[in-house]
Design a protein around this ligand. Structure first.
Ligand code: C2E
Ligand code: CA
Ligand code: CA
Ligand code: CA
Length: 278
């Protein structure tokens, strides 16, 4: 049995250079976590606002740490992005999502799974082929998946990102712009990308029933998305007031704690059953 190294990631200081001892130590902890099945795929539903159907689920990573308990992604994703380890993490998530995919389908109720990509994935020329291999392994089709990419990940190297996104879209993957409204991408540029969906950042959605400025931003983003022929999702829906506002404004899908927090796969399946019977 391999011996676990001391946990140091809470001490991680990004100001230190990447050859430092603490970086290597956290990196080996993350590698250990992948090899020893400590990562977990959680799911949060995306629901159609017009008929209340669960049409997709976003896969969100958690680290089930033997000492620290359930570690949220914000505690290790930024580090994984800096070191490049996030590429392995994305592939682990996609592998796991593709493995779970068939078990989440119901007759007449297809469920698309959304996966978060990082800027590193977009820069990796082999990335589309790696996804092909995993689709093959699990005998699933790219149309069953949506890939979420933040504006800032795209703007890191727009030309290269555009190339990767085109190749992913050509294969049949759905593409979504995540955290929309928080980045600096120009609309003229976004228009060129083969994107299917805009996801309005939760910072605008969470308080939109109280803050008229947020409400205006959400409303115009919905109109903008529809004018560009895109479907639009609001994340961070925390109460019925926001749900109702979004419905009135013809937003397509909603995601948030009001309906469900991210849950382990079994918990998600149980939640979906209760939701269908509500
Ligand atoms: P994100 O992609 O924007 O994911 C949405 C985050 O908002 C999730 O946090 C989710 O739990 C949270 N959220 C959903 N509904 C609500 C709500 O009603 N209210 C509030 N306050 N929050 C809500 P989570 O799971 O902690 O993930 C945080 C971020 O970590 C994600 O933001 C994403 O950027 C990153 N992340 C998570 N999983 C992965 C992954 O597998 N790969 C990559 N590259 N990044 C990931
Ligand atoms: Ca996301
Ligand atoms: Ca988001
Ligand atoms: Ca975010």
């Amino acid at each position: 049995i391999a011996k676990r190294k001391a946990t140091v990631f809470e001490l991680y200081d990004p100001a230190l250079d990447s050859s430092s001892k603490q970086t290597l130590s956290l990196l080996s902890e993350l590698r250990y976590a992948v090899e020893h099945h400590e990562l977990r795929l959680f799911l949060q539903p995306k629901i159609a606002l017009d008929n209340g159907r669960v049409i997709a689920a976003e896969a969100l990573v958690r680290w089930q740490h033997p000492v620290r308990g359930l570690v949220p992604p914000d505690a290790f994703i930024p580090f994984a992005e800096q070191t490049g380890f996030v590429r392995q993490l994305t592939l682990w998530m996609f592998d796991e999502a593709a493995r779970q995919w068939a078990g989440l389908q119901q007759p007449g109720l297809p469920l698309r799974m959304s996966i978060n990509l990082s800027t590193r994935d977009l820069l990796d020329l082999d990335f589309p082929a790696r996804l092909d291999a995993l689709l093959d392994k699990h005998q699933v089709a790219p149309e069953g998946f949506c890939l979420e990419i933040t504006e800032s990940a795209i703007m890191d190297d727009p030309l290269r990102a555009e190339g990767t996104l085109k190749r992913l879209s050509d294969r049949g993957f759905k593409l979504s712009i995540d955290d929309f409204g928080t980045g600096y991408s120009s609309l003229a540029y976004l228009k060129r990308l083969p994107v299917d969906e805009l996801k309005i950042d939760k910072s605008f959605v969470m308080g939109m029933e109280r803050d008229p400025d947020d409400a205006k931003i959400v409303r115009s983003t919905i109109d903008l998305a529809h004018n560009m022929g895109l479907s639009v999702v609001a994340e961070g829906v925390e109460n019925a007031a926001v749900w109702n506002l979004l419905r009135e404004q013809n937003c397509d899908e909603a995601q948030g704690y009001y309906m469900s927090r991210p849950l382990p796969v079994d918990g998600f399946k149980a939640w979906r059953q209760r939701w269908a019977e509500r």
